[in-house]
Design a binder for this molecule. Structure first.
Ligand code: HEC
Length: 134
């Protein structure tokens, strides 16, 4: 809600330095967790356990942890194929999420580091690679 208001305020502002302020202090500084809460939580839920049979879990997801780089493709281009997550079959639709490459890195690393507590991380290079080799 606050972000929406700030965004509207910045859009109406004539002063370009205010727009710059909006860009740097509002959208770029979101943490991985904040990005998750903004762009993913509606489906995957706050605890990242999803909704069984409809939205797959990302916490303790064998599918996600087997190849976290695959999540980059999910986020950039969406996904609508049959997948099996922790023995449960999902065939629903994840629409592409419109966030920057840096934000993809942050949100996936949040899911690795904080949600799943594993060592693996993805990098900006990985996101660029996925974009180029779609
Ligand atoms: C509108 C609902 C929706 C939103 C929003 C959404 N997803 Fe998904 N996501 C899905 C669905 C549905 C699937 C399963 C798609 C399929 O059946 O092929 C999925 C699959 C996935 C998978 C692979 C399966 C797994 O659980 O391991 C990952 C990882 C994932 N999403 C991450 C994200 C992230 C990160 C975001 C936010 C940046 C996000 N999703 C936003 C609905 C959503």
């Amino acid at each position: 809600m606050i972000f929406g208001l700030l965004f509207a305020a910045c859009q109406n502002a004539e002063d370009p330095s205010l727009k710059q302020l909006h860009k740097s202090s509002v959208s770029k500084d979101l943490t991985g967790r904040q990005l998750y809460m903004k762009h993913c939580v509606a489906c995957h839920q706050a605890d990242a356990m999803g909704v069984k049979g409809t939205f797959p879990p990302i916490k303790d997801s064998d599918y996600f942890l087997e190849d976290p780089k695959r999540a980059i493709h999910n986020i950039l281009f969406g996904q609508a194929e049959l997948i099996v997550v922790n023995g449960e079959t999902y065939q629903s639709l994840m629409p592409p999420v419109k966030i920057s490459d840096e934000e993809v890195v942050k949100v996936v690393n949040y899911l690795l580091e904080e949600v799943n507590q594993v060592e693996e991380r993805i990098s900006l290079k990985d996101v660029e690679w996925v974009r180029q080799n779609r």
